[in-house]
Structure formats: structure tokens, C-alpha cells
Design a protein around this ligand. Structure first.
Ligand SMILES: Nc1ncnc2c1ncn2[C@@H]1O[C@H](COP(=O)(O)OP(=O)(O)OP(=O)(O)O)[C@@H](O)[C@H]1O
Ligand SMILES: [Mg+2]
Length: 259
């Protein structure tokens, strides 16, 4: 039976799709069978982020309306055996409920270890549809105030769903700004939102449009590896974004980043 994890945030553009794809790759790198489902109907872009947009034959609507079986709609990522995407619908559809999607997922539940659900922004019907399918949630926020306020609201709504676990991932964290007291520290964000922190993900100028995932020598690769391990083992190791900006060479890097 797969564990179904929804990646949500309230606020748009904070990194839900980025976290969905990179966490999927990280879990797959650890040997797990992973299915990513884009529940952002109409504004879907997980297919593009995962580099499969030209290989999509069927989507969730085709499955729902009986034009194909679930397995026919799944697209396997070339570079990653056992990492699949169930493509989203390219138009807004309100006729598909969370229960309908649950029934679709049930047919492939046994062949995956993790099913990661990419939730739309906002807290309306698409949000509730995605949450109602999940066993647990990861709330993505950035350290900015507007994002934190939305995350707080989402966390309080999630309480009514009685999920097995609600965790926090802070995205776009800049160690150089933390050291200069210009960005909130992850531990402070965790305290403010009163939610267990399982991932600190650095701001990184790398190309995120990569189905193979982020490069192995990048900070993001390490950060997502830690996030996936925390998720599986229920541990609390946190990626330190400040270490590369500390000390003599670190302060030079910090100075260069300002230029
Ligand atoms: N850690 C990061 N460092 C740099 N850029 C990032 C990071 N995380 C996300 N981005 C960029 O931010 C933009 C928004 O990310 P993404 O699409 O994942 O957000 P989203 O929450 O899914 O948005 P939406 O609410 O519209 O679905 C993208 O261009 C993505 O590449
Ligand atoms: Mg998105």
C-alpha cells in the first residue's frame, strides 16, 4: 500500500511542484517506487517540470471517463526506473471529486511505495480535493511573511482532516541572508508555525526543469536527500544552508553573492 503525501502551501509559487518532483526523484534514488500526481487541474506543469510533456497520451480525465486504464496513463521517467507521473487535466474540471481520484489511485496503490500529490495553490475546491486523498501532508513555505501567513492558515485547515502527519518544508532558504540577519532562521519559522520541520531547501540558481533531478553535486541534491530520509525514518536532520557562507572563504562567497 502506497503512502499518499500531499504537497501543499496555500500561497502560489512557493515551490510545491518543485518539491513534488525533487522529492519524488529523491525517494526513487533511495529505491522506492514512486508515483507523482498533478492535481493542479488547468494550471498543471508537473509534466513540463518532469520533462514528459511530449510523452503524455492520456490524463486523469481519460481514466475517469473510461477512455483508458490507469496503467496506460502512467508515464515512466526515462532516467528513473519506477518513477512515474499520472498527468493532469489541461482544463479546469470540477466534476472529479477526491473520492473519484481515490478510486483511480486504488487500482495502482499496490505497485507503489509513495504517491506524491501536487496540490493547487489556494484553499478552494482543488485544495480540498487534494487533501481529502492524502494520508499525510507537507506544507511548503518560504521564509517570507506572506507565505508564512498562508502556511499558518493551511496548517489550521489541515487539522480538520485528521491526517497521520503534517510536516513543514521551508523552500528558497538563503544561508548568506540568514547570517546577515536578513532572513528568518528555519528554527524560528518552525516555532512560528508549530509544525515539525523536515526539510530546509536552499535557494539555488540551477535549472529546475530536469527530469533527472538536480545535479548530484548541488546543495539541493543533499537537501532533498535529507528531506526524503527524514520522511521515511521520522528523523530530524536539517540541511544547514549557512555552512558554506561561514568562515573565511564563506564570507568571500557571501560578498560575491551580493555583487
Ligand atoms: N529553491 C528554489 N530556488 C530557486 N528557484 C526555485 C526554488 N524553488 C522553486 N523555484 C522556482 O520558483 C518558481 C515556482 O516554483 P513552483 O512552480 O514549484 O511553485 P508552485 O508552488 O508549484 O506554484 P503554483 O502555486 O503556481 O503551482 C519556479 O520557477 C521554480 O523553478
Ligand atoms: Mg505548482
Amino acid at each position: 500500500m502506497a503512502t499518499k503525501i500531499v504537497i501543499t502551501s496555500g500561497k502560489g509559487g512557493v515551490g510545491k511542484t518543485t518539491v513534488t518532483s525533487n522529492l519524488g526523484v529523491a525517494l526513487n534514488n533511495l529505491g522506492y517506487r514512486v508515483l507523482l500526481i498533478d492535481l493542479d487541474f488547468g494550471l498543471n506543469n508537473l509534466d513540463v517540470v518532469m520533462g514528459i510533456e511530449n510523452r503524455v497520451s492520456y490524463d486523469i480525465l481519460d481514466v475517469f471517463e473510461g477512455r483508458c486504464r490507469v496503467k496506460q496513463a502512467l508515464v515512466e521517467i526515462k532516467e528513473h526506473k519506477n518513477l512515474f507521473v499520472l498527468p493532469s487535466i489541461t482544463k479546469t474540471v470540477s466534476s472529479i471529486s477526491g473520492q473519484n481520484i481515490k478510486l483511480i489511485i486504488e487500482k495502482v496503490n499496490a505497485i507503489f511505495d509513495y504517491i506524491i500529490l501536487d496540490c493547487p495553490a489556494g484553499i478552494d475546491v482543488g485544495f480540498h480535493r487534494a487533501i481529502s486523498i492524502a494520508d499525510e501532508a507537507i506544507v511548503v513555505t518560504t521564509p517570507q511573511l506572506s507565505s508564512l501567513r498562508d502556511a499558518d492558515k493551511v496548517i489550521s485547515i489541515l487539522k480538520s482532516y485528521r491526517l497521520d502527519r503534517v510536516s513543514l518544508a521551508i523552500n528558497r532558504v538563503r544561508g548568506d541572508l540568514i547570517l546577515e540577519n536578513k532572513m528568518m532562521m528555519p528554527s524560528d519559522v518552525e516555532g512560528l508555525l508549530k509544525t515539525n520541520l523536515i526539510g530546509v531547501l536552499p535557494e539555488e540558481d540551477i535549472v529546475f526543469l530536469s527530469s533527472g533531478g538536480v545535479p548530484k553535486n548541488s546543495s539541493s541534491y543533499k537537501a532533498y536527500k535529507i528531506l526524503s530520509q527524514n520522511l521515511i525514518k521520522n528523523t530530524k536532520k536539517i540541511y544547514d544552508t549557512t555552512s558554506k557562507y561561514s568562515g573565511f572563504f564563506g564570507s568571500i562567497k557571501r560578498g560575491l553573492k551580493r555583487l
